[in-house]
Design a protein around this ligand. Structure first.
Ligand SMILES: [Fe+2]
Ligand SMILES: [Fe+2]
Length: 314
């Protein structure tokens, strides 16, 4: 998703006996499906986990403008430029809704930006990959926004009210993003051999990083249990990844592209597709700052931040 390695700051799952009276009452509200609002009592770990997750999500929306923004001045037609501009502006809006949601937890947008710039906060690994052709605009819409939808639709029901409400609006716009990406790829697939080859090459590059968007496998994701108990997270990483693969395979058939995984086959018994895991070493390297575009993305963000500071004090 747009927040892949969020460490929950809970100290392991507590049993009801180990909880304080306040914690017990809080957990009962979560279990009853009640929304938690900014002025309600909440455990410190819940608040911190949410700040990390929403902050990381907000940063991902903002940094996520860069790979596609790269193509605005080189869009092939006026219509494509208008669509791309609208999409990139939506991502800026998503960042703003999410920063506002995080601010209700007592952290400012400036503090979160500082944490991004000094490396204490991350953004999604996917945005550290370059966009090399216009087909990438379509592939990002189809696969990256598609993966984001899988992750984010369940977050509309997350336990923290301001986060869930922001996600409802974000999800509506994400489905437009996914469809515009699919439509662009479909148009290219109906074009020349060269255009079809561009689409296939782009899908070959983005397939594995898109699978990484759901974060590490469940047995390597020790914080999921606490986040799920608190209703912050609704599904595990592996369940969401499976859902994404199952959703994407028939769409790839309609497009006429090949997903670059020879191990991708329908498993009748499980009622799901089997597929090969992405390279988790590469994932760790990219999250750790070693991806192809990490330095470039952060330098851009730093420049924008300094410019804003100068304008604010001028
Ligand atoms: Fe977005
Ligand atoms: Fe999007």
């Amino acid at each position: 998703m747009y927040a892949q390695m969020v460490k929950s700051t809970g100290t392991g799952l507590k049993s009801a006996d180990e909880m304080s009276a306040e914690e017990r009452a809080f957990q009962a509200r979560i279990d009853a499906g009640e929304k938690i609002e900014p002025k309600d009592w909440m455990p410190e770990g819940y608040r911190k986990t949410l700040i990390r997750q929403i902050g990381q999500h907000a940063h991902s929306e903002i940094v996520g403008q860069l790979p596609e923004g790269n193509w605005i001045t080189r869009a092939p037609t006026l219509e494509r430029k208008a669509i791309l501009l609208a999409k990139v502006q939506d991502e800026a809006g998503h960042g703003l809704y999410l920063y506002c949601a995080a601010e209700t937890l007592g952290v400012s947008r400036d503090e979160m930006t500082e944490m991004l710039l000094d490396g204490r906060m991350k953004y999604s690994s996917i945005f550290n990959y370059p966009t090399l052709s216009y087909a990438d605009v379509g592939t990002i819409g189809w696969l990256v926004d598609g993966a984001a939808i899988c992750n984010q639709v369940p977050l509309c029901r997350t336990s923290y009210g301001p986060y869930g409400r922001a996600m409802i609006r974000v999800c509506k716009e994400e489905s437009f993003h996914q469809r515009q990406g699919f439509e662009l790829l479909m148009t290219m697939m109906r074009g020349t051999d060269e255009q079809r080859a561009m689409v296939q090459e782009s899908v070959d590059r983005f397939w594995w990083p898109a699978l990484m968007m759901f974060g590490p496998p469940d047995d390597d994701s020790p914080n999921t249990a606490q986040s799920m108990a608190w209703g912050i997270k609704r599904d595990t990483n592996d369940d969401l990844r499976q859902k994404f693969v199952d959703m994407t395979v028939p769409q790839a058939e309609v497009l006429g592209v090949t997903l670059p995984d020879p191990g991708l086959v329908w498993n009748e018994e499980r009622g799901h597709h089997d597929f090969t895991q992405p390279d988790w070493e590469e994932f760790r390297a990219v999250i750790g700052g070693e991806g192809p575009c990490n330095a470039q993305r952060l330098a851009h963000r730093q420049r924008a931040h300094e410019q804003h500071e100068q304008e604010a004090t001028a």
